[in-house]
Design a protein around this ligand. Structure first.
Ligand SMILES: [Zn+2]
Length: 81
């Protein structure tokens, strides 16, 4: 059995747009599903689901061995470096 670990790309930020999940700054965006729109506040249910998905990702990501420095790379998917 394999489990799908959501990547940072598949887990939208909690305060991402309620219609298209794009984070701020949003401006005017066009997506085929949502059409042309401005940022729409996400519902409390959307925020909770996104926070749970991000937490699940943090708990399931394994540290990756870094071949050059021999240090374990950060397992935090939200870290930029
Ligand atoms: Zn949007």
């Amino acid at each position: 059995m394999t489990t799908t670990v959501p990547t940072a790309d598949t887990v939208p930020p909690p305060n991402g747009c309620g219609r298209c999940e794009i984070a701020l700054p949003h401006g005017w965006q066009y997506t085929p599903a949502a059409g042309l729109h401005q940022w729409t506040p996400p519902t409390q249910g959307q925020i909770l689901a996104r926070m749970k998905a991000r937490r699940e990702r943090r708990l399931t990501v394994k540290p990756v061995y870094h071949a050059t420095t021999r240090w374990a790379a950060s397992s935090n998917p939200e870290a930029t470096s």
